[in-house]
Write a protein that binds this ligand. Structure first.
Ligand SMILES: *Cc1c(COP(=O)(O)O)cnc(C)c1O
Length: 456
């Protein structure tokens, strides 16, 4: 391990901390361990799991610097957060086996940096959470009966899951994807990890993506059934996917802190608000930060809520930054719980911004011309939102903003060419499409029936 980790061992505050517990957004009554939260995914009362309190681990990462690698940071920070849930040895195994890719902080000028989260197998920031969840499940569930991990997936998530979970010991993954009207292709998964001897089981549902998500959640919440097959879920509602996303905010902080003369802010492109919530967790873990910009496209109903109004969902508007086209964010209740706890703090720290299609394209073009860097449309929304906010609050020269790049630009080669005139090779993670093990109608009996048949 490098000096970043050994360097602060002496200052370790482990041993005197009470481990972080998780509670439901609906109640603070029953607290569960990280392990239980990850293995059950959803609390029985219909809420979502959130950390039960703030946990200041700043003493740990304040000693780290630009020499510290990402997996070293994860290996050092995770055991302190999850003490008892993940010991230091387990944590470094998990970090090493999850992350053969790293975030990259690119300083653009005095006011802006880009946190490139696009170096995973699919070029999406979601690779981080999925990779950690797969590794941590393997570690935590050692020597126990095999786990069954359920996930509703479209193209990209399916590929990312196959990469992260394929060949992991002690678990099978049921990937549920829609056959119905969807603009996205089904997941393309390497055949080596599917069925015959592989641990990824694709099941097609004759319905929509929402049907898939509903079947997964209902099955997790059928506690008797879930207990029989040791079922958990791999969608972002699982805290084991959300929590590791806080780590790359800390990583950005340790890389940039020496160069900061004023404040620090993050601009995050928001769809289901998972990435954004992870940033708020990083702040709760002690990361010094002045603000978070919640960057939205035309689907900006949550902006009113952030400004103190009610959240009134609107129908989804199709935009040119499709990852952000969400009407009711899955993580809304997690965000709401932050506002319930400390409304004034949140209102002073969270800046909503909405960016239209035209500005999105102009920003892609301008970033290319000014910095000679390509960014994708979702990242452009965050960049434009950062510029808008900085201008409105007079941040120039005072607050440095880190813009999260969530999708590799080469996933949008066509658009890049239209906007900048540059030809970049298209990034296509995988083209091989697989046959589903079964095609079922969108009802719970059919879904549970196929699980019982596969795993009796
Ligand atoms: C999923 C996704 C987002 C939105 O992240 P949430 O956690 O859902 O808010 C942003 N950009 C890209 C490229 C994504 O795939």
């Amino acid at each position: 391990m490098d000096t970043g980790v050994t360097g602060f061992k002496d200052h370790s505050i482990s041993g005197i901390m009470i481990p972080m517990r998780f509670r439901s957004t609906h109640s603070s009554e029953s607290l569960v361990s990280f392990k239980d939260a990850v293995l059950h995914c959803l609390p029985p009362d219909g809420g979502l799991y959130v950390p039960d309190r703030a946990m200041d681990i700043r003493q740990l990462f304040l000693y780290m610097d630009e020499e510290t690698g990402f997996s070293d940071l994860v290996a050092a920070v995770a055991p302190s957060l999850l003490e008892g849930g993940l010991n230091p040895l387990s944590a470094s195994r998990v970090a090493e086996s999850a992350f053969n890719f790293e975030p990259e902080l690119i300083r653009l000028d005095d006011d802006y940096s880009l946190l490139n989260l696009c170096k995973g197998p699919t070029g999406l920031y979601k690779d981080f959470g999925i990779a950690f969840l797969a590794a941590v499940l393997e570690e935590l569930h050692k020597d126990s009966p095999p786990l069954l991990v359920l996930a509703a997936a479209l193209a990209d998530t399916g590929v990312s899951m196959a990469h992260a979970f394929g060949g992991r010991k002690g678990m099978s993954v049921v990937l549920v994807y829609p056959a119905g009207r969807t603009t996205e292709p089904p997941p393309a998964i390497p055949s080596a990890v599917v069925s015959n001897g592989g641990n990824i089981i694709p099941i097609q549902v004759q319905g929509t993506f929402d049907d898939c998500q509903r079947l997964v959640n209902e099955t997790i919440n059928d506690r008797t059934f879930a207990a029989r097959y040791h079922i958990t879920g791999a969608n972002t509602v699982n805290p084991g996917r959300l929590l590791p996303q806080a780590f790359y905010y800390l990583y950005a902080f340790i890389k940039i802190k020496k160069q900061l003369s004023g404040g620090l802010a993050f601009s995050v492109p928001c769809g289901n608000f998972g990435n954004f919530i992870a940033g708020l967790y990083a702040w709760k873990f002690g990361m010094p930060v002045n603000g978070f910009i919640a960057a939205m496209n035309a689907n900006n109903a949550l902006g009113d809520f952030i400004k103190g109004g009610a959240f009134i969902p609107c129908p989804v508007i199709k935009t040119n930054s499709p990852a952000l086209d969400v009407s009711i964010p899955l993580n809304f209740s997690r965000l709401e719980s932050f506002y319930r706890e400390a409304p004034a703090v949140m209102r002073n720290m969270v800046y909503p911004a909405s960016v239209d299609d035209e500005l999105t394209l102009r920003t892609m073009e301008r970033v290319w011309k000014k910095y000679h860097l390509h960014i994708d449309s979702n990242t452009a929304v965050a960049f434009a939102a950062a510029e808008q906010t900085a201008a409105g609050l007079d941040w120039k020269g005072n607050v440095h903003t880190v813009v999260l790049a969530t999708r590799h630009y080469a996933r949008e080669a066509e658009l890049i060419r239209t906007v900048t005139g540059e030809t970049v090779p298209e990034m296509q993670p995988l083209q091989q499409t697989i046959e589903p093990v079964a095609v079922i109608s969108p009802n719970l009996d059919a879904f549970q029936g196929i699980i019982s048949r596969c795993f009796q």
